[in-house]
Design a protein around this ligand. Structure first.
Ligand SMILES: Cc1cc2nc3c(=O)[nH]c(=O)nc-3n(C[C@H](O)[C@H](O)[C@H](O)COP(=O)(O)OP(=O)(O)OC[C@H]3O[C@@H](n4cnc5c(N)ncnc54)[C@H](O)[C@@H]3O)c2cc1C
Length: 551
């Protein structure tokens, strides 16, 4: 203390500068590789998004939207029903920018250039991955909106009516009807008190009143983004389940009988309201056959599961980038924390999962782009969607918790985004099908489409090289086990994720990273925490390659 000056007391000594003002695109070598063949203007746009998401201005918006929370207004001053939710302007600012960047529309637009034609999913996944590093609550709304266009295709006339506003890239938060607005969003309303994963237990009731028009009554227990302009809803109709588009307001601005009861007080994803809703005599428009609701809505859920995996990978990348940066800027016992052998080993071990998750989700997005022209890619998309959703969303909370710990007490404080990332991560696992639901979905493919695995296993074996044949044998054994024993479904799901993640790292040319990932995840014994990397793998090389020092 004797040598310290007053100045020192007011300055924060030995504190890394905030993880802010960097470039999340430019500093990520995986994104560099994945986008190398994309056009100059596309790369420039991604570079600008990468700068934006770590800018102090954007981070302040994200923090405000998550601390000044949405408010429910059920009634107006004269006692009239309003059923609206007021969001902070920061939420609207985040939405405006993300809608303009095409996150809710780009998959369905007339392609603007060669990249958006052949790589629409991959390009959007990169944008989503970067945007998730800023704020995930608002992305839930855009994910549902984008995915809703898949089910609107089941009713071409409705699609023609709604598509122009869905694809306008304009965010319009006014409380008016679709016809009066310049842009619209769509939410998902499936879950009821007695029915979540089990969609066939939905009890809300629909009654036919005209060609494709139904009157709906019932309740929904979780409805995120309740100010969406319409909801894709499941309801019972003549003993089966139908899928409907239910507008929030009808022509002339009349309410459509959707009453918001309460907003959930959620652990995370707090910027986005999630309402409990009751409705009676609400009009809905049928999407698909009246008895094929579950089959129809699965197309929407599939796209949302891909998004949840991408967002989780983005959250992990942002969290570890922040932790590595903090460890570089902090000295302990006379040297930078990042050079302390044990910390370096922990960070490198985490970096392997973050790299594999990134590789896996972009490979999955690519398979969606190619599925129409290739049965092998269609098989990959079908099989790997539940697998990637399972693995990425499930490891994210653990990865982020360890990254927080690497930052010491600072990681646990809401001043920095990592604490929010930690609270948001489990929500991504829960929505649109939790871990068991994903493992059971994979098992359904094992039972009813086992032949789809041939192409996927062939690709994995090829990319894994010399160890490919042995690992595919292991996968086949795990698959057989999951077929005979439902309770083993997670074992197969996890092993497939690890094998496919390693395969993709090899395919991308990240051989040394892939070796380390494969050896420590599939070849080694049981482990449940980080820092287990073998000394044969150069921890410093892994951290510096995957998280280059941008200071
Ligand atoms: C932040 C957030 C936002 C949400 N937003 C929406 C929304 O906008 N619209 C909407 O419709 N819903 C929404 N949900 C609800 C969410 O989709 C459901 O919570 C989820 O589908 C699980 O349903 P449930 O809560 O009824 O749990 P349950 O279905 O009761 O499941 C409980 C657990 O059991 C597991 N499980 C289910 N079946 C089996 C089985 N056969 N074997 C073994 N395990 C099984 C599940 O994976 C889960 O882990 C949201 C949830 C959250 C947390």
């Amino acid at each position: 203390m004797a040598n310290r000056t007053d100045d020192d007391l007011f300055r924060a000594l030995n504190q890394p500068r905030p993880w802010s003002g960097f470039n999340a695109f430019h500093s990520d070598p995986l994104l560099g590789d994945l986008t190398r063949s994309m056009s100059g203007p596309v790369r420039e746009e991604l570079d600008s998004l990468g700068r934006y998401v770590t800018s102090p201005e954007a981070q302040e918006l994200a923090q405000m939207a998550n601390t000044i929370l949405p408010q429910l207004k059920t009634h107006g001053p004269a006692g009239e029903r309003l059923d609206t939710v007021i969001f902070h302007p920061a939420w609207h600012a985040l939405m405006r920018r993300s809608v303009a960047s095409g996150l809710s529309s780009s998959l369905w637009e007339t392609p603007r250039d060669a990249d958006s034609k052949s790589k629409a999913h991959k390009l959007r996944a990169v944008r989503l991955f970067l945007s998730a590093q800023l704020e995930c609550g608002h992305l839930e709304s855009l994910s549902a909106t984008s995915a809703s266009l898949a089910v609107l295709s089941a009713a071409p006339q409705l699609r023609a009516e709604w598509a122009p506003k869905l694809l306008s890239r304009k965010y319009d938060s006014t409380n008016r009807t679709e016809a009066q607005k310049s842009g619209v969003t769509i939410g998902l309303a499936v879950t009821e008190k007695q029915a979540g994963s089990d969609m066939r237990a939905v009890q809300s009731h629909a009654e036919r009143v005209g060609e494709g028009i139904y009157r709906l009554s019932g309740h929904k227990w979780f409805v995120s983004a309740p100010m969406s302009d319409a909801f894709v809803m499941l309801a019972e109709v003549d003993g089966a389940r139908g899928c409907f588009l239910v507008p929030r307001l009808l022509d002339e601005g009349h309410a459509n009988g959707l009453r918001f009861q309460r907003l959930k007080d959620k652990l995370g994803l707090r910027s986005n309201a999630t309402a409990e809703m009751e409705f009676s005599d609400s009009f809905g428009f049928l999407l698909g056959a009246p008895d094929a609701g579950v089959r129809t809505i699965v197309d929407m859920l599939t796209l949302m599961r891909l998004d949840a995996a991408v967002m989780s990978a983005g959250l992990m990348r942002a969290s570890l980038a922040e932790a590595v940066h903090a460890a570089r800027g902090r000295e302990v016992q006379g040297r930078a924390l990042v050079t302390q052998p044990l910390m370096l080993r922990v960070l490198a071990d985490l970096a392997l999962d973050v790299a594999a998750a990134g590789a896996l989700v972009f490979r999955l997005a690519e398979s969606f782009d190619r599925a129409r022209d290739s049965t092998e890619e269609a098989a990959y998309a079908r099989i790997m969607t539940p697998v990637a959703k399972y693995w990425c969303t499930k490891i994210a909370p653990g990865v982020i918790a360890e990254a927080m710990e690497a930052m010491g007490g600072n990681g646990f404080v809401e001043d920095r985004p990592i604490a929010r990332h930690y609270r948001d991560a489990p929500g991504l696992a829960l929505t649109d099908g939790g871990g068991n639901a994903m493992a059971l979905d994979l098992r359904r493919v094992v039972e009813h489409g086992g032949e789809l695995f041939d192409a996927v296993f062939r690709g994995i074996a090829r990319d894994l090289g010399s160890s490919g044949a042995k690992i595919v044998e292991l996968l086949k054994a795990a698959m057989a086990l999951s077929r005979s024993d439902e309770s083993a479904a997670r074992i197969f799901t996890e092993q497939l994720a690890l094998a496919a993640g390693a395969a993709e790292l090899y395919r991308l040319g990240a051989g040394r990273i892939a070796d380390a990932f494969l050896e420590t995840r599939l070849a080694a014994g049981w482990r449940s925490t980080y820092g287990m990397l073998d000394t044969r793998f150069d921890a410093s090389y892994i951290v510096d390659l995957l998280f280059p020092d941008m200071d």
